[in-house]
Ligand binder design. Structure first.
Ligand SMILES: [Zn+2]
Length: 275
């Protein structure tokens, strides 16, 4: 919890390379309508559930003790989140001091990337691609919906909402426990592929070369699949090759934005403290 508060205290301002495109906006708007259909868990509850979950997951690894890299990742993440239909969530981004290769999001807008994954990136557009994939999970409430579905199996809809208002209820505890498990088990494959599709759009909308995420997927694909640092990522996500194939269908859209900046040098100087 202390680490989350620390993250919240890292103030940022938006970078100067703002670029908007209305075709991309339309793609995101279409996705937004799906996001509004969740129902019983309201935004305040979503944020609170995310805080509880984030505190639990943070127990597993501390944040990298380098204020510059934390500020930088927050800066890039909040810039991307500001381009989406949920700009007002309490977005916060952090780098976990773990050698494994992973990234994850909790409901309400808290997103972590591991030092192990950051070390394998070469540009800000790659970082943006990974963060945008996680932002898409939050926008589409993928984890929240999976948790809600699980809770509904044992409780009718309205009772769930009431039970969540009680901080100490057993239902709430069960929901958080299942949520914690979810990060070890993974989301549905369709949610992951959707996060990839929206992620490249969000990165492009933020003014980045949208091939950042595919580039990271290629790096993962080239790594030894038996590498223990990849185990959780590979268990919780479809194989990189399958994700790349799916993104390949968007090539015609992405190609139009591929001249946008990758920002390799800025990435190298801002992240050197984390290596
Ligand atoms: Zn994902």
């Amino acid at each position: 919890m202390k680490a989350l508060l620390l993250l919240a205290a890292l103030l940022i301002s938006a970078p100067a390379h703002a670029q908007f495109n209305f075709n991309l906006n339309r793609i995101l708007d279409a996705a937004k309508n799906v996001g509004q259909a969740t129902g019983e868990i309201d935004e305040k509850q979503e944020i609170q559930i995310g805080r509880d979950l984030g505190a639990r997951l943070l127990g597993a690894a501390p944040l990298v003790a380098d204020a510059r890299v934390q500020r930088y990742v927050n800066h890039v993440g909040r810039w991307l989140a500001a381009q989406t239909e949920r700009p007002d969530l309490p977005w916060q981004f952090g780098v976990l001091d773990a050698p494994q290769v992973n990234a994850f999001a909790v409901p309400g807008g808290t997103i972590f990337v591991t030092r192990g994954l950051l070390e394998r990136m070469r540009s800000e557009s790659e970082l943006a691609g990974v963060l945008a994939h996680e932002i898409a999970h939050v926008l589409q409430k993928h984890h929240l919906r999976a948790m809600q579905k699980n809770a509904k199996a044992s409780l009718a809809g309205e009772a769930l909402s009431m039970a969540l208002q009680d901080q100490n209820s057993l239902v709430r505890d069960k929901l958080i426990s299942f949520g914690t498990e979810l990060y070890a088990r993974g989301l549905d494959k369709s949610d992951e592929l959707e996060a990839d599709r929206l992620g490249v759009v969000i990165a492009a909308r933020g003014g980045y070369d949208p091939y950042g995420l595919p580039t990271v997927l290629q790096v993962l694909q080239r790594m030894n699949p038996d590498d223990s640092g990849l185990a959780l990522m590979f268990k919780t996500h479809p194989a990189p090759g399958e994700r790349l194939d799916a993104l390949g269908k968007m090539e015609a859209v992405l190609e139009g934005y591929s001249a946008q900046p990758r920002l390799e040098e800025r990435f190298a100087s801002e992240t050197k403290g984390a290596k």
